[in-house]
Design a protein around this ligand. Structure first.
Ligand SMILES: C[S@@+](CC[C@H](N)C(=O)[O-])C[C@H]1O[C@@H](n2cnc3c(N)ncnc32)[C@H](O)[C@@H]1O
Length: 325
């Protein structure tokens, strides 16, 4: 397998980009009528819970200029614009399909919402500043170095050069150099890695660029290093053998789960402040007899059980992180 940079741009620039192919937590909990609400202790929509978190930590207030990258169908911004009557939202999304959806969802807010079709890596640094940047369930789409053989990486880092019976081309060397720099700069121990290594290089670059444009950044994403709440630890499966980023195969593109531990090292290195946790704790999953039955028995008697079981299995792997000065 050759090393490459996972790139979802072609998929997102095409006309088949859709959230129908993947289940985002924010869409699953878009409103309190959603069937996924059955999994929660209290029926509270995604926007409300995130709005409370951001407001409670001083990350959002009236008058703020917000940038949301990859807003998907625009429902989180819709909630925030409705709740905070004097904020403005700049929505930056690479996908013409998603931009179209956001323009429709946010039309009622007039010029308080602007949708811009652009790659966030081209946009950041040229525009702003913003009071808050939000990236909800996007970072796994950002470029990542993938399929790096651990043995080659370690040999390269030890200065032994690219030892590969098939030879190495220039791009391999460039990627090995990038991987080495990423690992060294974050003080990560490569001996810890699985045999095939993936690295969230794009997510790290995004955080650096974003924090050059704002004092406050909020990210949520599917992670590789999640932890189960103690109350759920006996009921949920944990098939992992390590906590490093994983490649996930989705319709017409791959994503790479985020190792938050690596990103936290970047934040700490930059002298920034942070707070984070699991979405499962934030949204307060029920842990009563019915939930225990669904998770322990694995038996699906009803559609409701299937919906709850699938949702909990998914949300357990999501983390959030607030970064600020
Ligand atoms: C998985 S969807 C998440 C959508 C939404 N935030 C949600 O939670 O439902 C990823 C979003 O990021 C956008 N995106 C991916 N890469 C991007 C990039 N480089 N620049 C801007 N937007 C990007 C996609 O077009 C899409 O809207």
């Amino acid at each position: 397998m050759t090393i490459s940079e996972n790139d979802t741009r072609a998929y997102h620039l095409g006309d088949r980009a859709s959230l129908g192919w993947e289940q985002t937590i924010s869409e699953s909990l878009r409103d309190t009528a959603s069937p996924y609400m059955e999994a929660l202790k209290e029926r509270r929509a995604y926007g409300e819970v995130i709005g409370d978190l951001l407001e409670g930590r001083g990350m959002i207030r009236d008058g703020f200029r917000i940038l949301e990258v990859g807003g998907g169908y625009g429902n989180l911004a819709h909630y925030l614009l409705g709740r905070f009557g004097r904020i403005t939202a700049t929505m930056v999304d690479i996908s013409p399909v998603f931009c179209g959806r956001q323009r429709l969802t946010l039309a009622a807010f007039g010029d308080r919402a602007t949708v811009i079709e652009a790659d966030i890596f081209d946009y950041l640094g040229r525009h702003g500043p913003f009071d808050l940047i939000i990236s909800n369930e996007n970072m796994a789409d950002f470029p990542s170095l993938v399929d790096i053989p651990k043995r080659r990486l370690i040999e390269y880092m030890e200065g032994k050069g690219p030892i590969d019976p098939n030879g190495s081309d220039d791009s391999d060397l460039r990627y090995l150099e990038q991987a080495r720099d990423f690992i060294r700069s974050l003080d990560i121990d490569p001996q810890d890695a699985p045999d095939t290594v993936h690295l969230n290089t794009g997510a790290a670059r995004f955080i650096e660029l974003a924090m050059g444009t704002t004092d406050r950044l909020f990210v949520v994403e599917h992670s590789s290093d999640w932890s189960l709440p103690r109350s759920m630890a006996d009921f949920l499966r944990d098939p992992r053998t390590d906590r490093w980023p994983k490649k996930i195969i989705l319709f017409s593109h791959h994503e790479v789960t985020i190792c938050f531990e690596h990103l936290k090292r970047l934040v700490d290195k930059g002298g920034l402040l942070r707070e984070g946790g699991g979405l499962m704790d934030l949204f307060q999953i029920r842990d009563d007899t019915e939930i225990r039955y669904i998770l322990l028995s694995g038996s699906i008697q009803t559609e409701k059980h299937e919906i709850i079981g699938e949702f909990i299995d998914h949300i357990k792997e999501y983390q959030w992180l607030l970064i600020h000065r």
